[in-house]
Design a protein around this ligand. Structure first.
Ligand SMILES: [Zn+2]
Length: 146
C-alpha cells in the first residue's frame, strides 16, 4: 500500500473561482459550485453554469459519498515527487449529492488494485499545510447512500 506521507505533493494555488472550495476543505467540508438557476452542480468551478450559462453560482456543502466513475493506475516514476508511492490509483469520483460534478483524487488507505469503476468511496481530508487541505477518497466504510 502506498505511504502518501513519503510523497511530495504539489500545493494547489486557489484562484478567485476555486477559493471557496479550498476554504471549505480547510474546515473539513466539501463544498461544490451549484447553479442557483437550474440546480446543476459542477466541478471544477467555472464563471458560468455549464448547463444553462447562468452566472448566479454559489458553493453548497455536499456529502462526501460517491462512486468511482473512472480510474487509472500510475506505474511511472517520471515525476519524482510521486516515485515513492508508485504504483497508486488516481480516481475520478461522482458524488451521490452532485451528479455530473466529477472530482479527481487518489484512492487512499487501500491497495491500488482496489480501484474499480462503481466502487463506493467516501471523502477524507488530507492536510497539506496550514492553508491547503486536499479532499481525497478511501473505500466507503459506511453503506449509506442517503
Ligand atoms: Zn444552470
Amino acid at each position: 500500500m502506498s505511504d502518501w506521507s513519503k510523497a511530495t505533493r504539489p500545493i494547489p494555488v486557489p484562484n478567485e473561482w476555486t477559493k471557496p472550495f479550498w476554504d471549505a476543505a480547510n474546515r473539513g467540508v466539501l463544498e461544490l459550485q451549484r447553479c442557483q438557476s437550474c440546480g446543476h452542480f459542477q466541478h471544477p468551478p467555472y464563471a458560468t453554469c455549464t448547463q444553462c450559462v447562468a452566472t448566479d453560482l454559489k458553493f453548497e456543502a455536499v456529502r462526501g459519498a460517491g462512486t468511482i466513475y473512472a480510474y487509472t493506475i500510475m506505474y511511472h516514476t517520471g515525476d519524482k515527487r510521486f516515485a515513492s508511492v508508485v504504483p497508486y490509483a488516481s480516481i475520478i469520483v461522482e458524488l451521490d449529492a452532485a451528479p455530473g460534478a466529477l472530482m479527481a483524487g487518489n484512492l487512499l488507505e487501500a491497495e491500488y488494485t482496489e480501484a474499480k469503476v462503481g466502487r463506493r468511496v467516501e471523502v477524507v481530508f488530507e492536510k497539506l499545510n496550514d492553508n491547503i487541505t486536499l479532499p481525497q477518497f478511501r473505500l466507503a466504510r459506511t453503506n449509506s447512500t442517503e
